[in-house]
Design a protein around this ligand. Structure first.
Ligand code: PLP
Length: 364
């Protein structure tokens, strides 16, 4: 049996027919940039998330960078962020000229909110948590800390479309929340794309200018901006797919249950902990034998991926004190993400679990 790590062909096959019809209309209208389609998707996303404004941009990375710019983050400022995430959480901080102050992670692999306050200095401007693997960070607690210290929160929600904290969706508690529509995300498109959500009108307007050369209309350049717009093609595709997001989350949740039931008894594997409002984006097991296990799964037709073989403080030539990031270092290189996506079958999941069990019975 073949179980690819992700099967975009199958996932997207359910929306292709509608997309093609919309594509014909797009050719008729020929409005490819900052079009009616982009505004329509921005409205749909606001409605879905439950926020007032959203600004479509070129990628999740740009969403974070432009958010920091909109808040005026620049050289000399500090941004507090997690020690464990994708490199794109860190790059925009450094690109903005700021210094990243890293905080270790908790049991959900999110920034440990109890350690944030002691990292705050006079230079701190922003707290940048990540909703890693679809588990929302402890945003209510971070919100309190940020408000007490007059800081802003830029949330890296790149992996957390549709995730919830109580009855609120991720993207509604922080000042600015940044989502990625990279094709493999639970709400993924057919190229690059991202969006920023906010309830702050002033910030939304600033972001609309930042993404479009510093102005809303042609020949208007109030400041040096960027060229980072969500295009019509992606907006159309995403608007169709957004209607299926809740179904995707439910399907993934069902598959997680099967993984949990089958892997709980495997003592060499630690199964992931999901928060109540998770969107069940990734199923990452922890094992000391991650590379060998990945190799065996590959031989048996099963795709896996290592998110992440590094911690952020060690990227880009930085040096760091190991004792400050014990939890992050403890998971570095030991996590193996297993196939998890809508339309993956329960038989495929059981086959993955059986192959894992076989590996560990052979390697006791
Ligand atoms: C946690 C995290 N942050 C940021 C990004 C950057 O998003 P993009 O690839 O759309 O630039 C990603 C996606 O890959 C991500 O997973």
């Amino acid at each position: 049996m073949q179980v690819p790590f992700i099967d975009l062909n199958r996932i997207n096959s359910f929306v292709v027919a509608r997309f093609k019809t919309e594509l014909d209309r797009l050719f008729d209208r020929s409005d490819y940039i900052l079009s009616e389609a982009v505004s329509r998707f921005e409205s749909s996303y606001c409605k879905y998330i439950g926020c007032k404004y959203s600004v479509g941009v070129n990628s999740g990375t740009d969403a974070i960078f432009l958010s920091l710019k909109a808040l005026g983050v620049c050289e000399g400022d500090e941004v507090i962020t997690t020690a464990f995430s994708f490199a794109a959480t860190l790059e925009p901080i450094l690109q903005a000229g700021a210094v990243a102050r890293f905080v270790d992670i908790d049991q959900y692999l999110s920034i440990d909110a109890s350690l944030v306050e002691k990292e705050i200095t006079k230079k701190t401007k922003v707290i940048l948590p990540v909703d890693l693997f679809g588990n929302p960070a402890d945003l209510p607690r971070l919100r309190k800390i940020a408000d007490q210290h007059h800081l802003k929160i830029v949330e890296d929600a790149a992996q957390a479309h549709g995730a919830r904290i109580g009855n609120k969706k991720t993207g509604t508690i922080s000042d600015l929340a940044c989502f990625s529509f990279y094709p493999t995300k639970i709400l993924g498109t057919i190229g690059d794309g991202g969006i920023i959500t906010t309830n702050n009108e002033e910030l939304a307007l600033k972001l609309r200018k930042l993404r479009n050369h510093g102005g809303i209309s042609k020949n208007q350049h109030e400041f040096i901006g960027y060229c980072s717009r969500l295009d019509s093609l992606q907006a159309i595709f995403l608007d169709i797919k957004l209607g299926l997001l809740e179904e995707y989350i439910e399907r993934n949740k069902g598959l997680v249950k099967i993984y949990d039931e089958n892997l709980r008894a495997v003592t060499q594997v630690t199964t992931p902990v999901f928060k109540e409002g998770s969107n069940y984006f990734l199923y990452s097991i922890k094992t000391d034998r991650a590379p060998d296990l990945a190799e065996l799964l590959k031989k048996n037709g099963i795709g896996t991926f290592s998110y992440y073989p590094y911690i952020l403080p060690e990227l880009f030539g930085n040096s760091f004190e190991k004792s400050r990031f014990r939890n992050a270092l403890d998971v570095k290189g030991k996590l193996l993400s297993l196939p998890l996506y809508p339309y993956l079958t329960s038989e495929q999941v059981k086959y993955v679990c059986d192959t894992i069990k076989t590996f560990f019975t052979r390697h006791i």
